[in-house]
Design a protein around this ligand. Structure first.
Ligand SMILES: Nc1ncnc2c1ncn2[C@@H]1O[C@H](COP(=O)(O)OP(=O)(O)O)[C@@H](O)[C@H]1O
Ligand SMILES: [Mg+2]
Length: 342
């Protein structure tokens, strides 16, 4: 029976799971907080593939692959899958509800501390390396796909576009799938991918954590093609160009993760995390003031206003800019924007 306090437009049950509210809506899926009535007091997350694309073989295949990957990846820092089902031709995943929000939420006020960054990287790199050892490349490492529990532990999620390495340890075929801001140069070029591609994306995530912004300047052109072009051709900013208070150790570790050539990056995700932790231990950095937006071009958060169609808006999270109004950033999915002062 429907609870009178729920929004009237929530769909019926999926399998035995009862949606309670929408947590997120993406291009391919709706993510609900739901009840599992067979379990006492257990809330779960339901990720339901959108009706429009559930007829599409490529997307359906991706969705069941995601279930397969999650089923195989039992790890303390990977969001656990509880169930997979199909209701009225709509496939759905049932996962643990991560109550601590996303890393994107934490970054929406600016950078996070180096020690919080290291704690996140320790956990996520462990999860990523576990996936890599199983021959799985994530391909969409970004703050929206890093979730937290109530105790502040970070978990890797969303294996929706992950794929297997072949027997030679390479991914072949088109690789330009993922999120432009976090894409490795080889991914942007659609080239062969290795584990090093995920390490580059994690390097961009760490840059965001420590500075509150991306290591490239999107002021002139923030189209996905221009962003990908920068990954391929433009040297990333050094960490201390944005945050001069950070140590040289942090700067060189992040720079190594962001090397254009995959061979010059860290050999493993955990190697990256260990190097950042060593830099933290050696750091003589003066404590930096928390929650300051790293991008000086941004004004304090404004509300998108319909009456100003000429305004240029900048995604507060990834730096993507656009004119007019948008519900969510088309690059990283964030819903927080600032009015540009450019
Ligand atoms: N297990 C979960 N617990 C809490 N929130 C979640 C969970 N899974 C997803 N979400 C929320 O839904 C968003 C989209 O989920 P995701 O699996 O990344 O979908 P997509 O594959 O469409 O990107 C996440 O960024 C997060 O905000
Ligand atoms: Mg996602």
């Amino acid at each position: 029976m429907q609870n009178a306090t729920l929004p009237p437009n929530l769909p019926r049950n999926f399998g035995r799971y009862v949606p309670k509210k929408i947590l997120a809506q993406t291009n391919s899926a709706t993510v609900y907080l739901a009840d599992d009535p067979k379990r006492v007091h257990r809330e779960v997350v339901l990720k339901v593939m959108s009706l429009a694309i559930s007829q599409d073989d490529v997307w359906s295949d991706r969705f069941s692959k995601e279930a397969g990957f999650l089923g195989e990846l039992e790890h303390p820092a990977i969001v656990p899958l509880y169930d997979f089902g199909i209701e009225n031709e709509q496939p759905f995943l049932v996962m643990r509800y991560m109550r601590g929000g996303t890393l994107a939420d934490r970054l929406s006020n600016g950078r996070i501390s180096p020690s919080s960054t290291c704690a996140m990287l320790d956990q996520i790199s462990d999860a990523l390396e576990f996936a890599h050892h199983k021959g799985i490349i994530h391909r969409d490492i970004k703050p929206l796909n890093i979730l937290y529990d109530e105790q502040g532990n970070a978990y890797l999620s969303d294996f929706g576009i992950a794929t297997f390495l072949d027997k030679q340890g390479k991914i072949t075929g088109p690789g330009t799938i993922g999120t432009a801001v976090f894409m490795s140069p080889e991914q942007a070029l659609g080239q062969t991918l290795t584990e090093a591609s995920d390490i580059y994306s994690l390097g961009i995530v760490v840059f965001f954590c420590m500075t509150g912004r991306a290591p490239f300047d999107y002021a002139k052109d923030a189209s996905p093609i221009a962003i990908m072009n920068q990954h391929v051709h433009v040297p990333p900013m050094r960490l201390r160009q944005v945050e001069p208070g950070l140590s040289a150790g942090f700067e060189s570790v992040v720079a190594q993760a962001l090397e254009k050539s995959p061979a010059q990056r860290f050999a493993s995700a955990r190697g990256f995390a260990a190097a950042l932790r060593a830099a933290l231990v050696n750091s003589k950095t003066a404590p930096s003031s928390p929650h300051q937006p790293g991008n000086p071009a941004l004004l304090p958060t404004d509300q998108l206003s319909e009456d100003d169609p000429q305004a240029i808006w900048v995604c507060k999270f990834c730096g993507y800019s656009f004119q007019g109004s948008q519900q969510a950033c088309p690059i990283c999915g964030s819903k927080e924007f600032s009015k540009s002062s450019w």
